[in-house]
Design a protein around this ligand. Structure first.
Ligand SMILES: [Zn+2]
Length: 192
């Protein structure tokens, strides 16, 4: 009789171990209080996307080529947690697709990016709610998004994003996505 294969090692546990090594025990303890974030991390692992700490100023981003989510080493703990959930959306739920020269309109591209960013923020709000419920302090900036969401839902988030300044370049989001379009699409192939 063939032997039954041994039970697979719990994959969730191994990805938590990995996170603990990088982010520390207290961060993983906080993380485990958010069921949504636990799910996200499991899906990140299944997709083979990595999570890495990065030096320099506090920020978080997803590198499509390296299939890696980068989280600033010196960011506050709650920001790190919320950012994993945010970048999870960019990496796996609504991946950003470059504009196609001669095909994608500039405004169309900006709208699509704003939509993706809205999705990422709506998702991070879920984590914020769970962290608050678990008694983990959350930055005022996050609470602002939560308040906006409670007042006006997705629409309020999208509207606020139109006026938000990105931390990366100091432009507002529509300008930021617009310059991104201009970088990729040669002048002759731009569509308004
Ligand atoms: Zn984002």
């Amino acid at each position: 009789m063939p032997r039954k294969p041994s039970a697979p090692k719990s994959s969730a546990n191994s990805s938590f171990r990995n996170l603990k090594r990088q982010f520390g025990r207290r961060m993983v303890e906080a993380l485990q209080k958010s069921p949504t974030l636990i799910d996200d991390i499991e899906r990140i692992r299944e997709a083979g996307v990595r999570i890495r700490l990065v030096d320099g100023p506090c920020r978080a981003y997803y590198d499509r080529k390296k299939r890696t989510i980068y989280i600033g080493r010196w960011c506050p703990r709650n920001y790190k947690l919320i950012s994993i959930a945010h970048e999870f959306v960019h990496a796996l739920v609504k991946p950003t697709v470059d504009p196609v020269p001669g095909k994608t309109g500039r405004q169309e591209f900006i709208d699509r990016c704003i939509e993706e960013e809205t999705e990422a923020i709506v998702h991070e709000i879920e984590i914020v709610k769970e962290l608050i419920k678990a008694g983990i302090p959350v930055d005022p900036k996050e609470l602002e998004w939560l308040k906006r969401y409670r007042r006006g839902g997705r629409t309020a988030i999208r509207k606020a994003l139109q006026k938000t300044i990105t931390s990366t370049t100091g432009e507002d989001y529509p300008e930021y996505y617009g310059s991104w379009y201009d970088e990729i699409v040669p002048v002759a192939q731009r569509i308004p």
